[in-house]
Design a protein around this ligand. Structure first.
Ligand code: ATP
Ligand code: MG
Length: 437
């Protein structure tokens, strides 16, 4: 016997019960983004590797060691599975000149791929819902992003996400800070771990993002970028924070928040939960004013954020979703009856009912058993007798009651009435259950 092949490590199947929950979330998130005027964008899962190298930065964890990159065997192209959505979004906007008539609000969602060590909340294929605003300088739109997150948490009943915010200033301010940082870390070279030593001259800012506990004291003493902000960056940051305060949103300034992607400047933020262990960041984003020009476009400011859907969904204690309920099961016997059964099932689906048509034959008794197991409210039976008289039999499956025959011209109204009655009964039961508990 051959062994059953398994999915790749860190890449998960989402089985029907869970997948129904995913669809519900995707629907809620899309409606939420639309309510702020954002419009959907869908881009390929595979892009030229050069896009990510240029956008995210050569000396980042993602580009250095997390990307699924390969050579297309057919044409020799260097391609990568997308590790995030912003680079593709900006590429598409530039390729199709979407900014020609002004700024754009966009959202996307779907799988991203990073070769990381799989653990709870960290996968090799994971899903993001991302929001991007291209063409606005802010600070109003920066605040809009943070406030729309807060609104979403409220809608989903998540109460424990805290907001951390920082400003990365401008490229010049970061260069000044880099100087100061380099001098500081060079004078403490003995305390740097291997990763940090390697980064010292390529990207010292990223040392601040180290998760190594032994490095934390050294990092706490390092020069702060926030002390190197010029008046414009400072005014921008103060304005964002002012708008948050006005809206009653608490933000903690975390001067060590640097983000793992090189394209950010000015405002950066993360929403963090303490309930997810080391994988506590549920949503992260910020401003990336240089990226559009860096990817060859006419310079324009932009900002955005992405929500990790696995982490978000782990925070919400949902009631298990009610499985999509089958309402009607169609039973039939004989070739001619099968043709009618197909038509009958289709008629009911056209008016919005959820109908399973018996497949694979079986005696009437077998089909009745399947009908019961399907959870349907009633069975519609097309047998030889029904065929002759131009009727169908309706048999309630859950409620007590006899079956009866009715004409094929008006059975749908009776089915509808029966389903309605069943729904009302269930609602009553629900309400009694609630008041009773
Ligand atoms: P982390 O510090 O946890 O590695 P990151 O800074 O690499 O996160 P971003 O690139 O900012 O993450 O992605 C935005 C969000 O996407 C994260 O806050 C997280 O919720 C989610 N995310 C990122 N990588 C993964 C992953 N490997 N598995 C599951 N979710 C992820
Ligand atoms: Mg990461």
């Amino acid at each position: 016997m051959s062994t059953i092949l398994q999915a790749l490590r860190g890449m998960n199947d989402i089985l029907p019960d869970e997948a129904e929950r995913w669809e519900a979330y995707e629907f809620v998130l899309a409606a939420w983004a639309k309510s702020y005027g954002y419009r959907p964008l869908r881009t390929p899962l595979v892009e030229p590797t050069a896009l990510f190298r240029r956008a995210i930065g050569e000396v980042t964890d993602i580009v250095e060691k997390e990307m699924y990159s390969f050579t297309d065997q057919l044409n020799g192209d260097h391609v990568s599975l997308r590790p995030e959505g912003t680079a593709s979004c900006v590429r598409a906007v530039l390729q199709h000149n979407l900014l020609y008539d002004g700024p754009k609000r966009l959202y996307y969602h779907g799988p991203m791929f990073r070769h990381e060590r799989p653990q709870k909340g960290r996968y090799r294929q994971f899903h993001q819902f991302g929001v991007e605003a291209l063409g606005w300088l802010g600070p109003d739109v920066d605040a809009e992003h943070i406030l729309m997150c807060a609104r979403l948490w409220e809608e989903l009943g998540i109460e424990d996400l805290r907001l951390e915010i920082n400003s990365l200033g401008s490229a010049e301010e970061r260069a000044q800070h880099r100087h100061a940082l380099l001098a500081y870390f060079e004078s403490h070279a003995g305390q740097l771990d291997q990763d940090a030593s390697r980064r010292l001259h390529s990207n010292p800012l990223r040392i601040l993002d180290s998760k190594n506990p032994d490095m934390q004291t050294l990092i706490r003493g390092a020069p702060m970028l926030i002390d190197h902000l010029g008046p414009d960056s400072k005014a921008h940051f103060d304005a964002v924070r002012g708008l948050l305060t006005e809206a009653g949103i608490q933000a903690t300034v975390n001067s060590r928040l640097v983000r793992g992607l090189d394209y950010y400047n000015r405002t950066v933020f993360e929403w963090v939960s303490d309930r997810l262990g080391a994988q506590g960041t549920v949503c992260a984003g910020g401003r990336y004013d240089g990226l559009i020009a860096q990817l060859g476009g006419k310079p324009a400011p932009a900002c955005g954020f992405a929500i990790g859907l696995e982490r978000l969904m782990a925070l919400v204690e949902d009631h298990p979703p009610a499985p999509t309920s089958t309402e009607v099961y169609v039973i039939h016997q004989g070739d001619e009856a099968a043709t009618v059964a197909f038509a009958v099932a289709d008629e009911m689906r056209r008016v919005g009912m959820s109908v399973i048509l018996n497949c694979g034959g079986g005696s009437l008794k077998t089909q009745m058993r399947r009908a019961d197991a399907s959870g349907a409210v009633l069975a519609v039976i097309v047998g030889e007798d029904e065929l002759r008289s131009g009727e169908v039999t309706l048999k309630p499956l859950r409620a007590q009651g006899e079956q009866w025959r009715t004409s094929r011209t008006d059975y749908i109204e009776q089915v509808a009435e029966l389903l309605l009655g069943q729904n009302e009964d269930e609602q009553l039961e629900d309400e009694n259950g609630r008041t009773g508990s």
